[in-house]
Design a protein around this ligand. Structure first.
Ligand code: ATP
Ligand code: MG
Ligand code: FE
Length: 341
């Protein structure tokens, strides 16, 4: 089974060809980061226009690199939410046009399901599993008893982890997106230089809150500025990262203990974080559960993960009609009946 994936939910125009759900034949990503950098974030209207300009070339390039034509494609998987509606519409419209013109089955994919499925492209285990989702717009712990079944154990009550990274980075005068730079700076800073708050919420909760942490970091930067002092930015980055990682690791361990599920996958842009990768791997070894991270290039937005998520839907026969529409706030919901286990 050969699936063409298309992803345009935010600022990456991407197309990929995946065989058998796991083998990446191509994964072309055209990033708009350089364009959005000067605005300090993604400008929706600019993003949509760039997707319109790029989508044809990116899809052609993905087919070419894979050495296939549309006649070899068994299904088209496309992100239809969540994301910027104008950006999503470009991918959805393109996928529908190809589907209609060539008679290729269409599969709408939820973007966060795609981030989770990035794990299966690099040897991540099969369900049942716990997914720690840490992306630019989402932070949640999901129990996945089987393909297509998702149950929320916890979620952020305010900012997403990636959003907190980007906001703190911006306050430190770093370019968008700041997550990777904070991660780099944190490697040479002292994580105990600042005592930033950890929001445990309560002993059992698997919910998150990062807005208090973000405010504490902004206050520390502001207070230093008021006193005319130079803060050590590496120390701020390291102390902030330690606070984020402490909570992410601890709540994931809670999820493992409360469910008894021994297999964890990490999903979304923050899965690329060196601190999180090191600390969660270490803790999992100590507690005796398995943890898997996507390869670095598959942590942030890409179409390979969308095609990978479309694969079990193809096998299950979950297709969409040409009335598929982009849904900006589409949530991660199950598409398959819960198996009795
Ligand atoms: P969503 O998937 O929730 O719709 P998104 O697609 O905008 O949001 P992602 O694809 O998850 O976001 O990835 C982008 C986010 O990941 C940004 O917030 C970025 O700062 C963060 N990020 C990327 N690399 C790192 C890193 N090494 N450390 C921390 N954060 C990182
Ligand atoms: Mg992006
Ligand atoms: Fe994403």
């Amino acid at each position: 089974v050969t699936i063409l994936g298309i992803e345009t939910s935010c600022d990456e125009t991407s197309a990929a060809v995946i065989r058998g759900g796991k083998e990446i034949l191509s994964n072309v990503i055209s990033s708009q980061i350089e364009i959005h950098k000067r605005f300090g974030g993604v400008v929706p209207e600019v993003a949509s226009r760039r997707h319109v300009e790029n989508v044809n070339g990116v899809v052609d390039e993905a087919l070419k690199q894979a050495g296939v034509t549309l006649d070899d494609i068994d299904a088209i998987g496309v992100t239809y939410g969540p994301g910027l509606v104008g950006a999503l519409l470009v991918g959805v419209a393109w996928a529908k046009a190809l589907s209609y013109a060539k008679g290729i089955p269409l599969i709408g994919v939820q973007h966060i399901a795609g981030h989770i499925y990035a794990n299966f492209l690099s040897g991540g285990g099969e369900p049942p599993l716990i997914a720690l989702v840490v992306s630019g717009g989402h932070t949640e712990i999901v129990y996945m008893p089987a393909h297509g079944v998702f149950e929320f154990l916890g979620r952020t009550r305010d900012d997403a982890a990636g959003e907190a990274y980007d906001k703190v980075a911006r306050a430190m005068g770093l370019d968008y997106p700041g997550g990777p730079q904070i991660d780099r700076m944190a490697q040479s800073g002292n994580p105990e230089a600042f005592q930033f708050p950890r929001a445990w919420i309560d002993d059992e909760s698997m919910d998150f809150s990062f807005s208090g942490l973000k405010s504490a970091v902004l206050n520390a930067l502001h207070n230093a500025e008021q006193r005319g002092e130079e803060v050590n930015k590496e120390d701020v980055a390291a102390s902030f990262q330690a606070a984020v990682v402490d909570v992410l690791v601890e709540k994931t361990v809670r999820a493992v203990k409360q469910t008894g599920v021994q297999n964890v996958v990490v999903a979304g842009g923050v899965a690329a974080n060196k601190g999180l990768r090191a600390r969660l791997t270490e803790r999992a070894a100590k507690e005796g559960f398995g943890v898997h991270f996507p390869t670095l290039d598959l942590c942030t937005d890409n179409a390979a993960m969308i095609a990978a998520a479309a694969f079990p839907m193809y096998e299950y026969g979950r297709f969409h009609d040409l009335d598929l529409n982009a849904i900006a706030s589409l949530s991660l919901t199950k598409w398959k009946d819960t198996p009795t286990i």
